[in-house]
Ligand binder design. Structure first.
Ligand code: A4P
Ligand code: MG
Length: 188
């Protein structure tokens, strides 16, 4: 639960940037991991969770080097959320990585099963290419587990052609995002 100035809704959104974050988990109680991640994002300073997509179940994909292949491990639970934030993109990303670590994330190898993965998809219209952060996320257009939840909360950001290109990937809608502890704010 947030305390003090970090209570959700306390943030004056004037001048805020809308950022989109993809959530994925396929180890342990993945639904709980995603719900707790959203609660934690709502506690990030100068940041409110504005919208949440439904939860989706997806087969694990290895998407290295632009290709698509099955990856080992259980199915993922995936979702996308929209944040309103007054933080810079690197500062927001620091918080996302901290939340991943709190969820017990270990970076063993690429595409490894994980307790929680938070990818910063978009930060307003910004284009960022630093050593640790690339935005828009370079692989987002290859993935139904990103585009299908994203189009649900931001229909103008994904084209029919982009959705068509990933239509062969198996993705099942499980239901609405679990209710948050902040009445009236979510699901989006
Ligand atoms: N990084 C750079 N830009 C970003 C950004 N915009 N958002 C860097 C997040 N991270 C970014 O990430 C590797 C490096 O990417 C970090 O050092 C970060 O600074 P990571 O989270 O440590 O490792 P990873 O997630 O294993 O690798 P990667 O390349 O991020 O993989 P993806 O693209 O996140 O894919 N299948 C299903 N069905 N559902 C999934 O959610 N996820 C993945 C991981 C693979 N297959 C999946 C799913
Ligand atoms: Mg990642």
């Amino acid at each position: 639960m947030c305390t003090g100035a970090n209570l959700p809704g306390r943030f004056d959104a004037q001048g805020a940037v809308t950022a989109y974050v993809a959530l994925g988990a396929n180890l342990g109680d993945a639904v709980t991991a995603l719900r707790q991640a959203v609660m934690a994002m709502n506690c990030v300073p100068l940041t409110d969770v504005h919208q949440t997509s439904s939860l989706y179940q997806t087969a694990p994909l290895a998407t290295d080097s632009g290709g698509e292949a099955a990856a080992p491990g259980p199915d993922y639970i995936n979702a996308v959320v929209a944040l309103e934030t007054g933080l810079t993109a690197p500062a927001l990303f620091d918080h996302l990585q901290r939340i991943e670590q709190l969820a017990g994330r270990e970076r063993s190898y690429r595409n490894a099963p994980r307790t929680l993965d938070l990818d910063l998809l978009l930060y307003g219209n910004a284009r960022i290419e630093s050593a640790r952060l690339v935005v828009p996320h370079p692989r987002m257009l290859q993935r139904a587990f990103v585009l299908v939840p994203l189009v649900e909360i931001a229909p103008d950001l994904v084209s029919a052609e982009q959705l068509g290109a990933v239509a062969h990937q198996v993705i099942e809608r499980l239901g609405p995002f679990p209710v948050s502890p902040f009445p009236g704010r979510m699901p989006g």
